[in-house]
Design a binder for this molecule. Structure first.
Ligand SMILES: [Zn+2]
Ligand SMILES: [Zn+2]
Length: 493
């Protein structure tokens, strides 16, 4: 078959950090951009012409930190958030059973919204789902109830009550995730990929497994990377370096935890919280991290660690700082979240050479003087998520959603960077776009072939209805097309 070149035209193309009015088209050969076309260039009748109707074309946006599997599982489950009675809950479940094969996961259940003000009983669940395991989870994830089939299959549950909390709740949820079929796991990633496309992304970094069960399905996804319409960059979330090497990973970590979260008062702070007498928790000691990072570096693995409070960021950054600085820079070690950063800590990070992999939407959702951060930490909300100060100190800032925690939505992420609650930490639209294209590509060592609209670069393009260099309403922005390796893989209708 003859390969037809594709010609994209009638659009604004983002090149050299601006929409270049003289740039009139892009010529694509298979997976590459082969020519930037200007007014004087001739159009060949052999090209396949693709009219973009005045849209805005960006290098394919990249999300550098997500939890695709969990997010996909949630979206593939039965959403009970609209239910107002036990009868409705049972009806939703019984309808969904028709097209689900194995385990059944129902979530976003809120008994406050239900007329009866209670969970369904096990007997009620059995009446609609007698022979397949079913787990129904409360909206906050902190409790769940099982049908008889699931209860009989899961060993180790301590409580005799129907409603499960704490360890029993975790046990049940983990069991469900471990007992999905390969098809169901892949389906969760397909849902994540489609969510990414709709949100404007062509590549997503995704965390696989947890610290206990590192490689759950890493291999499976590796074998199916070409079955998804976007690229997944995989992180084995593990402390097991041998495992990571055997899996062929080029990095290790992700949300492997140095500390907890600000919402739950477990992020590790040097000064106690404002609303509770605690400094949070460091989950491991300094030696643990120093050894881990040093072993990973011996095997040339990039390291990524979750650290939110200043004590945790200091601890992880110090583990990086004891390594050869050139190696930290070369491997591009990641401080995931990197939220609470007083000036002195910023100097330490600049000296270690580590990268800050941040979530702009966290400030949008919880920042400002009346937000959750201020409630928990008082004035320290002002030294959180410091995109501008970090960048000005030559620390590379990468951007991500931490999906399912916040939406995978490029417009929301860029908006949050440009409109930080603290005016001193706002960055320009061009800097924001660079974070989600060039910087995020660099994090994955692909900056020479991905992240720009340039000749020779891979034809990953995000075609949007909005000029992000002007003011915009993030929740009105539409992704029009996504081109992945030269093929249109998403089109809005
Ligand atoms: Zn995390
Ligand atoms: Zn995470």
């Amino acid at each position: 078959m003859v390969n037809k070149l594709k010609y994209l035209y009638n659009a604004h193309f983002y090149n050299n950090a601006k929409f270049n009015p003289n740039l009139t088209g892009l010529l694509i050969d298979r997976d590459r951009i082969v020519k930037l076309c200007f007014k004087q260039d001739k159009i060949s009748p052999d090209w396949e012409m693709i009219n973009l109707d005045g849209a805005y074309v960006y290098p394919g946006f990249i999300d550098s930190h997500t939890h695709s599997f969990s997010g996909g599982i949630y979206l593939s489950g039965i959403d009970l958030s609209e239910c107002n009675s036990i009868a409705e809950v049972l009806e939703y479940i019984s309808n969904a059973l028709k097209d689900k094969q194995q385990c059944i996961f129902a979530w976003r259940f809120d008994e406050e919204k239900i007329a009866e003000k209670r969970f369904p009983t096990m007997k009620e669940l059995d009446s609609v789902c007698p022979d397949r395991p079913l787990l129904l989870r409360r909206i906050d994830g902190h409790s769940c109830i099982l049908n008889s089939r699931a209860r009989a299959m899961i060993s180790g549950i301590k409580s005799s009550a129907e409603l499960l909390f704490a360890e029993d709740n975790d046990l049940a949820v983990n069991w469900l995730q471990d007992n999905l079929s390969e098809e169901e796991i892949i389906e969760a990633y397909k849902i994540a990929a489609n969510t990414a496309l709709k949100g404007g992304f062509t590549t997503v970094h995704t965390m696989i497994g947890d610290a206990q069960m590192s490689n759950q399905h890493f291999k499976l996804i590796c074998d199916h990377l070409n079955d998804f319409p976007i690229s997944f960059e995989l992180y084995p979330q593990s402390f097991n370096i041998k495992d990571a090497l055997e899996l062929g990973a080029k990095r290790i970590g992700g949300c492997i935890l140095a500390d907890g979260s600000i919402g739950s008062h477990t992020a590790a702070m040097t000064i106690p919280y404002r609303d509770k007498d605690t400094k949070g928790i460091l989950y491991h000691n300094d030696d643990f991290w120093r050894n881990f990072v040093s072993q990973a570096h011996k095997n040339h693995l990039q390291v990524a660690v979750h650290c939110i409070g200043d004590a945790a960021i200091h601890q992880i950054n110090s583990a990086f700082a004891t390594q050869d600085k050139e190696e930290v820079k070369e491997l591009r070690d990641e401080l995931i979240h990197c939220e609470v950063t007083p000036d002195s800590l910023i100097q330490e990070i600049a000296a270690s050479g580590a990268v800050a992999v941040m979530q702009p939407a966290f400030d949008l959702l919880w920042g400002g003087n009346s937000g959750l951060y201020s409630e928990r930490l008082g004035e320290r909300y002002k030294i959180m998520n410091r995109f501008r100060t970090l960048s000005q100190n030559n620390i590379t800032v990468c951007g991500s959603s931490d999906w399912y925690v916040t939406e995978m939505n490029i417009a929301m992420s860029l908006y949050a960077l440009i409109h930080h609650h603290n005016p001193e930490e706002r960055i320009t639209p061009k800097e924001a776009i660079k974070i989600y294209t060039e910087n995020n590509s660099w994090l994955n060592h692909t900056e020479e072939s991905l992240g720009l609209i340039e000749e020779g670069y891979i034809a990953d393009l995000s075609v949007m209805d909005t000029d992000f260099t002007n003011s915009f309403d993030w929740d009105k922005v539409q992704t029009l097309f996504i081109m992945k390796k030269g093929n249109i893989v998403y089109e809005s209708h």
